[in-house]
Design a protein around this ligand. Structure first.
Ligand SMILES: *[C@@H]1O[C@H](CO)[C@@H](O)[C@H](O)[C@H]1NC(C)=O
Length: 195
């Protein structure tokens, strides 16, 4: 079973950091994934027996690469769409990314919206509720993540892995895996001020 998970979003939102965090996280200490080295000059390709993790660089302004990009979309089983909670324009561009995804990705692609850099409480300009609202509008699971603190990083990849695994098994009697519910139950808030 080879699954491709692609990270998309504007440059600087932390795609690489998230992937590196995941790759090095405790979650990976087991045998779930064995990684090959990351080559920063090219889109990342992390392979393992069961899950193929794939990172795409954003290609804004590089029209030459567009057709390649679109081919990658077609092959992706799951997409993690990122914005940076400290950068409004990365959030504003999410709609454009979603349009592109709807156009080029598989109909049943597993999609999740991630508001990254949630640790940066002082620089935050995109409220968590704004992310939630947008995600709800598009029917996409959402969570805030931090590659720096590790917040929800494992969960994001784990949720996608679970969803894809369930789909691939297709046992009729087993209850459907509910990605939204799983994410909402497991996710941790980045809120600083709950007493
Ligand atoms: C914010 O994101 C945009 C892309 O959406 C990028 O061009 C810009 O450099 C970023 N600004 C900062 C301060 O990181």
């Amino acid at each position: 079973l080879s699954l491709q998970v692609m990270l998309v979003g504007d440059s600087g939102v932390g795609k690489t950091c998230l992937l590196v965090r995941f790759k090095d996280g405790a979650f990976l200490a087991g045998s779930f994934i064995s990684t090959v080295g990351i080559d920063f000059r090219r889109p990342h390709l992390l392979t393992s027996s069961s899950l193929l993790l794939f990172q795409m660089w954003d290609t804004a302004g590089q029209e030459r690469f567009r057709s390649v990009t679109h081919a990658y979309y077609r092959d992706a089983h799951a997409l993690l769409l990122l914005y940076d909670v400290t950068n409004k324009s990365s959030f504003d561009n999410i709609q454009a990314w979603l349009t592109e995804i709807h156009e080029y990705a598989q109909q049943d692609v597993v999609l999740m919206l991630l508001g990254n850099k949630a640790d940066a409480t002082h620089e935050r300009v995109v409220k968590r509720e704004d992310g939630e609202k947008l995600a709800k509008e598009f029917g996409v699971p959402f969570m805030e993540t931090s590659a720096k603190s590790g917040l929800n990083v494992e969960l994001a990849f784990m949720a996608i892995a679970k969803e894809l695994k369930h789909r691939s098994m297709k046992t009729p009697n087993e209850p459907k895996f509910r990605l939204h519910e799983y994410v909402n139950k497991e996710m941790k808030s980045s809120g600083c001020c709950k007493s």
